[in-house]
Design a protein around this ligand. Structure first.
Ligand SMILES: *[C@@H]1O[C@H](CO)[C@@H](O)[C@H](O)[C@H]1NC(C)=O
Ligand SMILES: *[C@@H]1O[C@H](CO)[C@@H](O)[C@H](O)[C@H]1NC(C)=O
Ligand SMILES: *[C@@H]1O[C@H](CO)[C@@H](O)[C@H](O)[C@H]1NC(C)=O
Ligand SMILES: *[C@@H]1O[C@H](CO)[C@@H](O)[C@H](O)[C@H]1NC(C)=O
Length: 371
């Protein structure tokens, strides 16, 4: 047999015996869901030197670069990115929340929507506020996922790429539907209604035990429960919320309780800062010193709602049975940062003092007092 013939036979035999050629990377863009990533900045877009896990600059890298750090992302979703801003999350203001809510609503909740879900990237410092606002305002059952990172992309082992891959996969998933807005970091899925940042430095920063509803394996989501949402959650219609002012939410100020509580801060919030509502993080389960009650009641009498949240992460600021429309409101399980968002939304919707009390206290009041 001539050499060429032997070679040809051998090649044919090898081809027949060999398993199918190593799979070329699956290009499934026609099958994968469409997911939009709205980037606002934060550590996930941060940049520093290799050893900086603090002191780096947040909100530097474009989202296209951040997405580019994730191999094979296109096998999970057809991702479109929007660079809304590139700032640290402590610099976000209510007009950002209004803009983002409008964008998410247009992308997900219109009849012509072709997007399965939306991911918002931002800094962890105010993640719980953005997620809570979107939880209340976006109500078409598609996944809305807020993700972030604790280390910038320039660190030795950045957490951003994995978090973003988790978040995109969840946003495109069927199992992610009907669960309200969610926060994703470090392979955890947390309910926006209950979550809190629990650690200022560690990658496992969002570990609020009452908020955990699922996790990720192989960057794919699983849930501990069938689709459900917080018993205490109330929703707001976006158009109604923006009827009065379609660029910003009413101003609510926040005061932190302690020994030597200074009640002049409450007066100043109304007089000098023009707050339309006040949230006080009271000590303990939302305790207010008796010497400050008259001042608070005088502010409430002017039509300025005062909502008092608990200081510890766990437990409720429980309503009082004898509360009248002339006294402050307890925030229930809603923590101070999120109570501020809830109050802004209630004020934008022209809620009366009684409606605001019902928003925060209603469900616990009926559980506790049968009212
Ligand atoms: C990917 O998303 C873009 C933007 O929504 C869209 O124009 C394009 O058709 C999508 N590609 C596929 C294959 O669905
Ligand atoms: C993705 O968006 C494109 C463009 O609108 C649309 O044609 C396609 O059906 C969408 N894909 C899915 C899986 O919905
Ligand atoms: C909406 O609120 C912002 C911030 O308070 C203010 O600057 C703006 O003038 C308001 N717009 C309207 C239409 O009232
Ligand atoms: C709230 O009241 C203002 C002023 O009367 C009005 O312009 C706005 O439309 C009202 N908003 C809602 C949601 O009813």
């Amino acid at each position: 047999m001539r050499l060429e013939a032997i070679t040809a036979l051998t090649t044919a035999a090898l081809a027949a015996a060999a398993p199918a050629a190593a799979p070329v990377k699956a290009r499934q863009e026609d099958k994968v869901p469409n997911v939009t990533v709205i980037a606002t900045g934060g550590t996930i877009a941060g940049s520093g030197s290799t050893f900086d896990t603090t002191g780096y600059t947040a909100g530097v890298r474009p989202i296209k670069d951040v997405l580019g750090d994730i191999p094979d992302l296109d096998t999970r979703a057809n991702v479109t990115s929007i660079q809304y801003s590139n700032i640290a999350s402590e610099a976000m203001v209510s007009s950002d929340i209004v803009d983002i809510a409008k964008m998410v609503n247009n992308l997900l909740c219109t009849p012509e929507s072709d997007q399965a879900g939306v991911v918002i990237t931002q800094g962890t410092d105010t993640t719980e506020e953005t997620a809570f606002a979107l939880d209340a305002l976006i109500n078409c059952d598609k996944p809305v996922v807020v993700t972030a990172s604790m280390r910038p992309g320039t660190a030795v082992s950045p957490d951003g790429p994995g978090n973003l891959l988790d978040a995109v996969t969840l946003a495109g998933s069927e199992v992610g539907k009907g669960r309200g807005a969610m926060v994703v970091l470090n392979d955890r899925i947390q309910s926006a209604f209950y979550t809190s940042k629990m650690n200022a430095n560690n990658v496992d920063a969002f570990v609020e035990k009452n908020a955990e509803i699922g996790g990720f394996l192989n960057y794919k989501p699983y849930f501990y429960y069938t689709p459900s949402q917080s018993t205490f959650k109330k929703t707001f219609n976006l158009d109604e919320t923006l009827k009065q002012n379609d660029t910003a939410l009413p101003k609510v100020d926040m005061i932190y309780g302690s020994q030597d509580f200074d009640q002049n801060l409450i007066i100043a919030a109304v007089a000098a800062s023009d707050a339309k509502g006040i949230v006080i993080q009271g000590v303990g389960e939302g305790s207010i010193p008796s010497f400050a009650e008259d001042t608070i009641n005088s502010v409430v009498a002017q039509g300025i709602p005062v909502v008092v949240a608990a200081k510890p992460v766990y437990g409720a600021s429980a309503p009082k049975e004898d509360a009248s429309s002339k006294s402050y409101i307890k925030s229930g399980f809603v923590k101070a940062a999120q109570a501020k968002v809830y109050l802004e939304l209630a004020l934008a919707n022209n809620y009366s003092m009684d409606q605001i009390r019902d928003l925060f206290e209603g469900d616990l009041r009926s559980a506790m007092f049968g009212q």
